[in-house]
Each structure stands twice: as C-alpha cells, then as structure tokens.
Design a protein around this ligand. Structure first.
Ligand code: ADP
Ligand code: ASP
Ligand code: MG
Length: 813
C-alpha cells in the first residue's frame, strides 16, 4: 500500500492532471490511495467568494462563475466527449449547492466558521472527483473515497484536530472491504461527529495523505509537488537553494514548522509514529531523486540541514518588576493564549525573569492583547506588570539540523553573519532539542537574512557581491571593463560572483536587482531614468541586498555626503572620491565609526597614490603594533609629470596643459599645482595614523604666483604663460645645485607640511619618473631605512584597479 498526494499546482489544469495520471500509471503497482488538493488557487478564490458574499458584495457571483467555468473546462479538456456528461453534471450539481450556500451567506450578511469550511471544502471535493472520473475513463475503475466520512475531527473549524482512533479504524475498514486497487480521496476535508464538514488547516492535504498512510500502515507516503523535494531554503527566495536528498523526520518537522511550506507541519506526526518513509517528489520532473524523509543516520560534517522563515509574525512582551520570582506568571500568560486558541510559535524568557516574549501569528494579535491584558488586569492596575507590548511586521528565521548540538559555534556564526549584514535580532530561541536556532527579525530583513545565512552555511562555492557604482567616466568606465574582464577569474579563484545592481552618472541612473549587463551597460544606462541622487540611494538601500557595496568614482561633494546613510544600513562604501576623507575631521571620524558600528567597510585606498598600496600598508603597520615616526612622500602624479618634463625649453604652461590632456590633473589643475591635492593626501595619511588634522593646519609653501589663482582655468593658463620667467628661475636655481624639483609632503611629530624642494641625487626621491608617486614610512621598525611604496600614482587604469581591489576587500572580511 502506498499513499500519494498531489498538490494544487500538480492538478492546476488539464495538462498537469495528465502528468499526474502518467505518474500513477508508471510508478505504481499494488494498492494505492491518491489524495488530491484543490486546483491551484481555488481555495483562495473560495475564501474570497465567502467573504464577498458575507459583506453583501454581489461580485461573489462572478468569482463563482469563473470557478465553475474553470472546472467545467478542465473536465472537457480531459475526458473523452462520450464520457463527459456524468462528470459535468456532478460538477454543475456541486456548484448549484455552493451557490445556494453563498446566497444564504449573502442574505444573512454573515459567514460562520462552519459555513466557511463548508464553502472551501468544495475545492478538494471537485478536484478529486474530476481526477477519479478521468482515471476511470482512460485507465481502470477506481473508487472515490469521501474523506469527510472517514476522517473524524473536533469542531475547531478551519483547523480541526483529528480523532485518530475513530479515523484509523474507519479508513482501514473502508479500504479493506473494497476490491479496488486505486482509491482517490479529497485532501484537506473531514467532518466532526455531528457530520458537519471541517478542514485541517491551509496546506492540509499533505496531512490528509499522512493520516491515510498512518491508518493503512502504508509502505510509503509520497508528496508530489512543484519542486524537486525539500530544499535547503525556499527556492523562491534563494536561487541557489539545494535539494536535500535525505532528512530526518524531526528536521523535516522543524523546517516545516518554521515556514518551509513544501510540507504542512502536522504531516510528519502520523507517519513518524509508524516509521513510514516519506518521499517529496516533483510532478514536473518525476525522474529527479526528490527528498526521502525517514529516521536517517546523520551524515558526518553536515550540521545544518536547512533554513526556513515565517512571515506575518508579531512579538508579544509581558514585562514588569512584579514578575520577578513569583511563580505562575508564565502559566497564566500561556493559559490566556491557549484559551483563545492562539498558537505560540516561539518563546524566550530572560534569566532576570522580568520579561517573557512570545511570537505569534499577526492575525491573532488583537485576541491576544485582549486575553492577556484581561488576565493580568489586577497586576496592571497595581503597576506590577505593564500592558502587553506588541511589535508587528516581524519574521522568524530558523536554522535547522539534528547535528547542531554536537557542534559548537553554529549560533556564533549565525549571529555573526546577521550582524555583518546589519540585521537586527529582536529575540532568539534555541529549542531544548538543540535542533534549531530561531531568531525574530524585521520582515524587511527576512529575505536578506535567509540569503546570507544560506550563503554562509551552504554555498561554499560562491560569495555574491552586489555592487552600486556612481560615476562612469574615465575611472568608472575602466573599472567596469576590469570587472567584466576578471569575472571568470574571480569566480574560479576567489569564489566570488560580482553583480553590478545599480549604475549612475551625472545624468542617468539604472537599478536592476538581477544585474546590469557588463557588455552593453553604456546603452542600458542611457535608457535609464534621470539621475537623482536621493532616489538612487533610497532605491539601493531599499533593495536591502546582502553583501552590498556602494562605489563612488565621482569627484562630487553631494555623493560624498551620502556615505553615512549607506554605512548605517551596513552597506560598505568604496570611495575613489577624496572629498569625504579630506573634509572636516568630524565627518571622516563619523564615517569610520558608522562603519565599525554597522559592520560595514569604508575603504578609500585610491585617495592616496591611486592603486598603490599606501593606506593599506600604513594600516597594516599600525595594526601589527608599529608606530609612525615620519611620513615623507611625493604624492602628486601631476606635479611629478610637470617637473619631470619641465627643463625650461618648453613653456611651463604647455607642460601643464599636456598633463591635463593626458588625464593626470584634476579638472581645475590649480588643485594640483597649488598643492591642495597633496595637502588632502598627506592629511588622509596623518588621519589614518591617528592624528586629528585639518586642512588649515597644514603648512603649504606655494610655488605658483598668487596671480595664477585668479579667474577661470583658461585665465590660469594665460597667467602661467606670462609668468614663464618665474618658472625658469625655479628650475635654474635647483639645476645649478645638481638638484631636481619635487613637491614633497611631510608628516612628523603631529605636523604636516607640503612644498617644492630641491632634491639632491642621493635622495630616495631623485629617481622618480613620469607620474610615479613615492611614500617613505619611517617607523619604530623601520627607523633609518624607511619602508618604501613607489610606483605609478595616477592614471585611470591603476586607479580603477585600486578601486576594484577595495571592492574585493569588502567581500573578504
Ligand atoms: P503544493 O500545492 O504542491 O502543496 P505548496 O505550494 O504547498 O505546494 O508547497 C511547495 C512550495 O513550497 C514550493 O513551490 C516552494 O516555493 C515552497 N517552499 C518553501 N520552502 C521550501 C523548501 N525549504 N523546500 C522546498 N520548497 C519550499
Ligand atoms: N487546498 C488547500 C489549501 O490551499 C489544501 C492544500 O492544498 O493542501 O490550503
Ligand atoms: Mg502544500
């Protein structure tokens, strides 16, 4: 004897029902009971019909007509014309009955739980009769079993409890006396001892099948649905969810209790009691292995079996100083909830005993508040207990696995992952069986939580990084090219999948959660919406994506202002833009603190020396306990280019123009030539070294005549041309001494200074060519011979690669 159950999608239409019959023909010999759900979506529509009728809304008739047509069409598409009439008239007759009931509801303007169950029972009654008639018409006779007369329950309509003694003997007797091989029964429906129809709870057809399997001591129960079995997480939320080949009864029960909808939670009970194995199989891919649920020996090293989540949760907190040490408070709380038949999903009590927290379904909140505040009325009046505190819009996420108890560190990892992704945990519970750890979090974070936990516990292959980029000019464009080029390498060697989910320039923005194509991103961005910074940031934040990084490749002050709001949402920030780090110390410090507080990364390696590892090296020295004595550096690619190329033969203004044309300068080259850019850089290094330094505290010996700072960039070029003699004199003075000119930045004893210096051939700075930068770190460990970082310090390619390295760094914490 086997019992098979087919779910709503499996019987949603004639084509799917044909697949069901194929499975029955192919896979089954011997006696078989087949339990059928309502056609997909029908139960919801029946509920809707009832509520419309009860609220005097005549459109209930339209919903009914639509339902009737759908069932009649299914019969017509399935049965041979010559054999349709009896099935069609059965369907029509059921709809007549249903219409009468609904009309009564409409007239009375009232829908009792009993009538509601009666209405929704029609879904399964219809579907199972259609399947039975079709099977009989094309294959062989079968017997339709009226589950209402076999499964006896109490009168708790909508969620009736089964009387197993009566039920088991009725089912066994009915099947035993029949000569048929195949029985078809409606799922979900039952009746109480008065003979009134009841239902077993939403999703209850699974339970019906388990009840049959238990009563008949079946050799197996098969749950046929629309996925390849139980998976490590809900596949609608986690694209990388994996099939679970085998799972224990307890694990399956915990996963379904905490929301894995693939099995209705009470289903496991009757089969577990009799050790009947359960298969979960896919109607649309019967060749797939599916999941086997049984008393399974645990697999070495597999500590976690799956992750599930439950939405529409509310948290109730009963608090008060009067609760401490007095027995009976929790008993009264739970009695009050039980009396109202409110299901408690999770409980936590702090050891101080002055608060008990319970999670319940959102729909039960009003009833719960009334019941609990009523029970504790006297204590509330006496000020010993506060009125019940309610938090809505929550979810429960649960990590499930039999082996958890033998393995320390699971909860540490779980909460570490949640914390790093900025997910606040409202309450935690670990079952005494240590088979699950569950946490109550905001509904808005639930999908992200399940995704990141799945990644941490199951996806050893890949980590996914969601990247938002602002600025797609010279450096930004190169960055995207480099990402495209390195995609395969990152996947293969770093196990990293990088997705650009948002992109913006000063005119347009584009947000695409599934990822923007790296091949034609320019065209895609052009077709995007007009850029509006606040909406761009709000959209990026509201997606609440895991492992998110915001990359600023602009030189824009407004963009530098949004970092705080991103870090506070645990979104890492990678800035090529120097404005934030070189603005007032308070803002720089605030961003650093936010990054620490919200477990995000704030990285800006390219602020100094483009792609050279300057800030990273400084941080490594400090982290490992070294102390900085002095930093000396040549940090302006532009100024190096200019002084390396200027020897008085070609006018200074022309050399500067060439530097600008080759892309080494800021849009206004005076920021480079006036030393401001170098001041910013040495200040950032000083700040990273722990000094609270501001721009106006840095000494700057200008070499540009003051007249050069007046007017526009073009005026600047004209003025430089006029001042050629001044630049020649600067050059000659140094050359006469055998020295080169370099613009040097120094940080020593808490003070920073920048200015043009004569560099003799013995200096580390003498042999510095092209746009190279150099930084000398004199430290306690490198007192005489400094640690030197030297190389190309400007250019789109190297800057992009520095930004890229920072992006990857955010993923590898
Ligand atoms: P049926 O109508 O066949 O009873 P359900 O819709 O009740 O099907 O349950 C199957 C659905 O359960 C799947 O389509 C899937 O989206 C969802 N689901 C949630 N969690 C899980 C999980 N851990 N494994 C498999 N499916 C899951
Ligand atoms: N048709 C019912 C429901 O949708 C029962 C089931 O499908 O399992 O809840
Ligand atoms: Mg189901």
């Amino acid at each position: 004897m086997r019992v098979l159950k087919f779910g709503g999608t499996s019987v949603a239409n004639a084509d799917n029902i044909k697949k069901v019959i194929n499975i029955l023909q192919q896979y089954n010999q011997g006696k078989t009971v087949v339990v059928i759900s309502a056609l997909g979506g029908v139960t919801d529509l029946l509920i809707k019909t009832g509520s419309l009728a009860a609220s005097k809304d005549e459109t209930y008739k339209e919903v009914l007509a639509e339902l009737e047509k759908r069932h009649l069409d299914t019969v017509k598409a399935l049965l041979p014309v010559t054999q349709q009439s009896s099935c069609l008239s059965k369907v029509k007759q059921q709809f007549n009955e249903l219409e009468e009931i609904c009309e009564g509801v409409y007239r009375l303007n009232e829908l009792s739980p009993r009538t509601r169950d009666r209405i929704i029972s029609f879904g399964e009654l219809l579907s199972s009769q259609i399947v039975a008639d079709y099977y009989a018409a094309i294959h062989q006779p079968c017997e339709w079993l009226d589950a209402r007369s076999l499964i006896r329950t109490n009168a708790n309509y909508g969620f009736a409890a089964v009387d197993f003694d009566t039920t088991n003997s009725s089912i066994a007797a009915q099947v035993a006396k029949s000569a048929n091989n195949l029985f078809v029964a409606p799922g979900f429906v039952a009746s109480n001892k008065e003979g009134h129809t009841t239902t077993l709870g939403r999703g209850g057809s699974d339970y019906t099948a388990a009840i049959f399997a238990g009563a008949l001591e079946a050799e197996a129960l098969e749950i046929w649905t629309d996925v390849n079995g139980m998976m490590t997480a809900d596949p609608r939320w986690v694209a990388n969810a994996k099939n679970i080949a085998e799972i224990s009864y307890q694990e399956a029960m915990e996963l379904s209790h905490f929301g894995a909808k693939v099995i209705y939670p009470p289903t496991i009970q009757p089969v577990m009691a009799k050790q009947i194995p359960v298969w979960v199989k896919n109607t649309f891919a019967p060749e797939e292995h599916g999941t086997l649920i049984r008393n399974t020996p645990s697999v070495e090293g597999e500590f976690i079996r799956g992750i599930s989540s439950m939405n529409n949760i509310a948290l109730l907190s009963l608090e008060g100083s009067g609760m401490i040490g007095i027995p009976g408070f929790s008993k009264r709380l739970f009695e009050a909830l039980a009396k109202e038949e409110i299901n408690v999903i999770l409980i936590t009590q702090s050891s101080s005993e002055h608060a008990i927290c319970v999670a319940i379904n959102l729909v039960d909140v009003e009833k719960a508040v009334k019941a609990v505040d009523g029970t504790f009325e006297a204590e509330i009046r006496a000020g010993k207990v506060d009125t019940l505190k309610v938090e809505r819009n929550l979810s429960i996420i649960a990590l499930v696995g039999d082996q958890m108890k033998s393995h320390p560190g699971i909860s540490g990892k779980m909460f570490g992952v949640l914390g790093r992704n900025g997910i606040n945990v409202r309450a935690i519970a670990q079952g005494s069986s240590e088979r699950n750890i569950s946490a109550v979090i905001s509904f808005d974070d639930a999908k992200k939580a399940v995704t990141v936990l799945h990644e941490a516990f199951f996806e050893f292959e890949y980590k996914h990084l969601n990247v938002c980029i602002t600025g797609v000019g010279n450096v930004g464009g190169k960055l995207i090219d480099q990402i495209a080029q390195q995609k395969a390498y990152l996947q293969q060697h770093l196990k990293l999948k990088l997705k650009i989910v948002a992109l913006a320039n000063s005119r347009k923005m584009l947000i695409k959660e599934e990822g923007i194509s790296l091949d034609n991103w320019r065209e895609e961005l052009e077709s995007g919406a007009p850029m509006e910074l606040n909406s761009f940031v709000t959209a990026a934040v509201s997606k609440n994506l895991p492992n998110a990084v915001f990359v600023d490749v602009t030189a824009n002050a407004d963009v530098a202002q949004v970092y705080g709001s991103l870090l506070a949402k645990s979104i890492s920030v990678v800035a090529c833009n120097k404005i934030a780090c070189s603005s007032a110390y308070g803002y720089y410090q605030q961003l650093k603190s936010l990054a620490t507080a919200y477990n995000a990364q704030f990285l800006f390696e390219t602020n100094v020396g483009a792609g050279l590892p300057v800030i990273g090296t400084l941080n490594d020295l400090l982290r490992s306990g070294d102390r900085i004595n002095k930093i000396q550096a040549v940090l302006s690619g532009t100024l190096n280019f200019v002084f390396n190329n200027y020897d008085g033969t070609k006018p200074f203004a022309e050399v500067v123009r060439q530097a600008q044309e080759e892309g080494y300068t800021e849009p206004d080259p005076r920021l480079d030539l006036g030393g401001t850019d170098v001041m910013r850089k040495i200040m950032i290094l000083a700040r990273e070294a722990g000094e609270q330094l501001e721009m106006d505290q840095i000494a700057n010996t200008q070499f540009l005549p003051a007249s050069c700072f007046e007017g526009s960039v073009e005026d600047f070029y004209k003025e430089m041309a006029k001042q050629e003699a001044h630049f020649q004199a600067l050059y000659k003075e140094a050359a006469d001494k055998g020295c080169k000119l370099k613009f040097v930045a120094t940080f020593e004893n808490g003070k920073a200074a920048v200015g043009l210096q004569h560099i003799p051939p013995a200096s580390d700075f003498y042999h510095l060519y092209g746009k190279d930068n150099i930084v000398l770190f004199y430290t306690q460990r490198y007192p005489e011979q400094p640690l030197v970082v030297k190389g190309a310090g400007a250019g789109a390619d190297v800057t992009a690669s520095g930004v890229f390295a920072d992006i990857i760094r955010t993923a590898r914490v």
